[in-house]
Design a protein around this ligand. Structure first.
Ligand code: NDP
Length: 483
């Protein structure tokens, strides 16, 4: 019998009005559990409790707050294998990626544990004689965290950790496709020395619990990662209450491969960037912009490499690509394959549903050739194990294709030319740019975010996160009249 898992609201574990079933996309006969769906009244109770808990938490001594974040981070890292297994079981990414994600989530907490002690303001003399100025950051208040399924633990952690470090309360609405990872992280947080109600987990659908949360005037800030249409809806709801909002959304990242590139490196970066996480990454290399001088050799190795990749159960040894996350996502992916073909792209390999020992949402990695940047497969985010090659005649053309998108999250160049690498780094219109590295894979102590429809609002991660999770107060101080 699969277990029932509750929400954590105002410091108590509570059953919901309803529950959803969570099944393993690698093996549909494996039911991971049933997860409570929060009611409107429960969400309101979480919001009510959060405000007073936040004031109490903000007043905690620094080291007491620091200890809480450190303990969460250390436990995540120590349990990376166990929780990574759970993550891979429900999301479908290969075990090494699941374990790596949980470990990285722990690093977000330990990094922000240190940031608790690094909250240093500014001082200045006033233009008025005898007056001094103190500028410092204060918590923004109650933060709604709305996270996606593709990095269920890491994305939530890079929002929750800074929110807590800067003295805020958190109401977390995770994606309904990955509730087990959300429950596991919440269980760790619930055992810490925090005020009752500081942190609440409200599992439920985006359209009901999520929508009510973002419309609530009791929320002071919303941090969201997900799709562009949902992001636009959240921004529209937030503006009604003038709620601060930060959003990471879609992307159409390009990896430019120059004729002077190391061929094997370029192929390795393209395969990892395109098919890591089953292509379900906001940083995925979904456009490969390849110089004609290297095109044929690159394509030959790329297609052979894609065909050799092992697609199987996420927890099986040797699996390189796990299943797609859900039936709906798989159907969309297969529809993209048909759309690409109809647009005139040549499918060199993959793009087909696969059968394995266990019933799951398996799909072979697909490579489109002879594509143009105007095709829909090169303009819309697919979130699939699919990538397109776009042939170009020069570096300048490559840069212009890379930048010809309404998104702007990451871009990369593979080249041995310092001049091209430098020019690309300075002229690619993305929030993250890489040189001889994959477009996916970023650090945790520096800012992350994009331009155009990829991001909105202040940057996430590193010390830049302070901009979103705090508000600035400028104090003027006079010693008063001399005695
Ligand atoms: P969504 O944008 O629908 O979901 C992201 C999060 O927002 C989930 O927690 C979801 O909850 C929640 N949500 C949905 N609707 C609302 C709402 N009206 N108000 C508040 N919260 C809401 O993404 P999907 O999971 O449906 O994925 C669809 C596509 O989005 C993908 O194919 C991909 O292209 C893109 N995407 C991009 C991501 C990125 O990292 N850039 C991450 C995830 C998706 P719930 O899941 O419970 O409905």
């Amino acid at each position: 019998m699969a277990q029932n898992f509750k929400n954590y609201i105002a410091g108590e574990w509570v059953a919901g009005d309803a529950a959803i079933e969570n099944r393993n996309p690698s093996d549909l006969s494996d039911v991971i559990g049933h997860y409570a769906q929060a009611s409107s009244a429960q969400l309101d109770a979480a919001l009510d409790a959060a405000h007073s808990a936040q004031r109490e938490w903000a007043a905690y001594p620094l080291e007491r707050k620091q200890n809480v974040l450190m303990a969460i981070g250390n436990e995540l890292m120590a349990r990376a294998e166990e929780l990574g297994t759970l993550l891979s079981r429900e999301e479908g990414k290969p075990f090494a990626e699941g374990k790596g994600e949980v470990f990285r989530a722990g690093q977000f907490f330990t990094y922000y544990a240190a940031e608790v002690l690094r909250q240093i303001g500014d001082t200045a003399d006033s233009v008025r004689p005898g007056v001094e100025i103190d500028v410092r950051r204060e918590p923004v208040g109650v933060v709604a965290v709305i996270s996606p399924w593709n990095f269920p633990t890491a994305t939530a952690s890079w929002k929750i950790a800074p929110a807590l470090a800067f003295g805020n309360a958190v109401i977390w609405k995770p994606a309904n496709l990955t509730p087990a990872s959300a429950y596991a992280l919440t269980e760790i947080i619930s055992r810490q020395d925090i005020p009752k109600g500081l942190f609440s987990l409200v599992m439920g659908s985006g359209g009901s619990v999520g929508q009510r949360l973002v419309e609530s005037p009791a929320v002071n800030a919303i941090s969201f990662t997900g799709s562009v249409p949902v992001g636009k809806g959240i921004a529209a709801a937030a503006i009604q209450n003038l709620t601060k909002v930060q959003m990471e959304m879609g992307s159409k990242n390009a990896l430019a491969v120059m004729d002077d590139a190391n061929l094997d490196l370029a192929v390795t970066l393209a395969l990892g960037g395109a098919f890591g996480g089953t292509g379900q990454k906001c940083t995925a290399s979904s456009r490969l912009v390849v110089h004609e001088g290297i095109h044929d050799a690159f394509v030959e190795k790329l297609v052979a490499g894609a065909q050799a990749m092992v697609v199987d159960h996420a927890l099986k040894d040797g699996t390189q690509i796990g299943p797609v996350v859900s039936e709906g996502q798989l159907a969309e992916n297969l529809a993209w394959v048909e759309k690409g073909r109809a647009e005139g792209a040549e499918l060199a390999c993959g793009g087909e549903r696969l059968n394995r020992d266990t019933e799951g949402y398996y799909m072979s990695p697909g490579v489109f050739l002879n594509t143009t940047n105007q095709m829909e497969i090169n303009r819309e985010e697919m979130f699939a194990p699919l990538t397109s090659v776009i042939k170009v005649g020069s570096y300048d053309e490559a840069l212009s294709v890379v930048n010809d998108t309404r998104f702007g999250l990451t871009s990369g160049i593979v080249t041995q030319s310092l001049a091209r690498a430098t020019h690309f780094r300075r002229n690619a219109r993305t929030g993250v740019v890489t040189v001889n590295l994959p477009t996916a894979g970023t650090d945790y102590h520096v800012p992350f975010g994009g331009r155009g429809e990829s991001s909105y609002g202040a940057r996430e991660q590193g010390s830049y996160a302070a901009e979103f999770y705090t508000t600035v107060k400028t104090a003027y101080i006079s010693a008063g009249a001399p005695e």
